[in-house]
Write a protein that binds this ligand. Structure first.
Ligand code: NAD
Length: 237
C-alpha cells in the first residue's frame, strides 16, 4: 500500500508547479486528493477566500467523510520589486494569498481533523521567509509570517493531534520562477542558476512534493511546528 493509502488531502495551488507535482505524487501514494486552484485543477477555489476554503473542507467532509491533510501551497510572488516599487495594494494581495490563505486552511481544516482524531497541515513558506535576497519585500514578509503562524498553530492544535509544519523551498523551476529561468537561458546565464547553491542546480517540483509527502504521512508523526528547508543548501552557503 502507498504511504497515503486511505487518506483524503486538500492541495491548493494544485494547477501548476509544486502543487501539481504534489497532487500526482500523493495520488500515486494512494491518497484521495481534492486539487484546487484558480485555474488548471479539478476544483476552482481562491485559497485566500474564506468561503472557498470552507467549501473545500465541506467537500472533504461530505464526499469522503474525513480530512487527513491540507497542503496550503498556493502563493504569488509579486516579482523582485524593491520597497519603493510596492504599493499597499500589492502588499494586501500578496499577504491575502500567501499568509491569510494558510491561516484559513488551518482555521477550517482543524475542526474536521479534530473530529476524526487528528491530521497534518503543511504550508508552503520559502527560504525568502528566512533571509533577505530571495524575494521581494511583501513576499518575504508573508513567508516569514507563514513560518511563525505554523509555530503558533502547532502549539495550539497539538492537543487535537494535528501537526502543523512548513516547507521552505529554495529555487524550484515552476510557473512562478519561469520568467527568471527564461531570462537566464536567453542570456546564456543558465549556469548562474546552479551556481547559486552548493548542489549546483535548481530544484524540481517533485523534490518539494516528496518533502510534502513526508510531512503529510505518518512517517513524520513526531515532526511538529517545523520549517523544513528544501533548498540544496542555498540558505547555508
Ligand atoms: P506556480 O506559479 O507554478 O504555482 C502556484 C499556483 O498557485 C498557480 O497554479 C496559481 O494559479 C495558484 N494560485 C495563485 N493564487 C492563488 C489563489 N489565490 N488561490 C488558489 N490558487 C492560487 O508556483 P510554485 O513555485 O509551484 O508555487 C507554489 C508555492 O511554492 C508558492 O507558495 C510559492 O510561494 C512557493 N515557493 C516557490 C519557490 C520556487 O522557487 N518556485 C520557492 C519558494 C517557495
Amino acid at each position: 500500500p502507498g504511504r497515503l493509502q486511505g487518506k483524503t488531502i486538500i492541495v491548493t495551488g494544485a494547477g501548476s508547479g509544486i502543487g501539481q507535482a504534489s497532487v500526482e505524487l500523493f495520488r500515486r501514494e494512494g491518497a484521495t486528493v481534492i486539487a484546487a486552484d484558480l485555474k488548471g485543477a479539478d476544483h476552482v477555489a481562491d485559497a485566500g477566500n474564506e468561503h472557498d476554503v470552507v467549501r473545500l473542507v465541506e467537500m472533504a467532509r461530505e464526499e469522503h467523510g474525513a480530512l487527513h491533510a491540507f497542503f496550503a501551497n498556493a502563493g504569488i510572488s509579486g516579482g523582485l520589486a524593491s520597497i519603493f516599487e510596492q504599493s499597499p495594494d500589492d502588499w494586501q494581495e500578496i499577504l491575502r494569498v500567501n499568509l491569510i490563505g494558510p491561516f484559513l486552511a488551518i482555521k477550517h481544516a482543524a475542526p474536521l481533523m479534530k473530529e476524526r482524531g487528528g491530521g497534518s497541515i503543511i504550508c508552503t513558506a520559502s527560504v525568502a521567509g528566512l533571509r533577505a535576497g530571495a524575494g521581494g519585500p511583501a513576499y518575504s514578509a508573508s513567508k516569514a509570517g507563514v513560518i511563525n503562524l505554523v509555530e503558533v498553530a502547532a502549539t495550539q492544535l497539538a492537543g487535537a493531534n494535528i501537526r502543523v509544519n512548513a516547507i521552505c523551498p529554495g529555487l524550484i523551476e515552476t510557473g512562478m520562477t519561469k520568467p527568471f529561468y527564461d531570462w537566464a537561458r536567453a542570456s546564456g546565464k543558465e549556469s548562474r542558476l546552479g551556481s547559486l547553491n552548493p548542489l549546483k542546480r535548481g530544484g524540481e517540483p517533485e523534490e518539494i512534493a516528496r518533502a510534502a509527502l513526508f510531512l503529510a504521512s505518518d512517517d513524520s508523526s513526531y515532526v511538529n511546528g517545523h520549517a523544513l528547508v528544501v533548498d540544496g543548501g542555498l540558505s547555508v552557503s
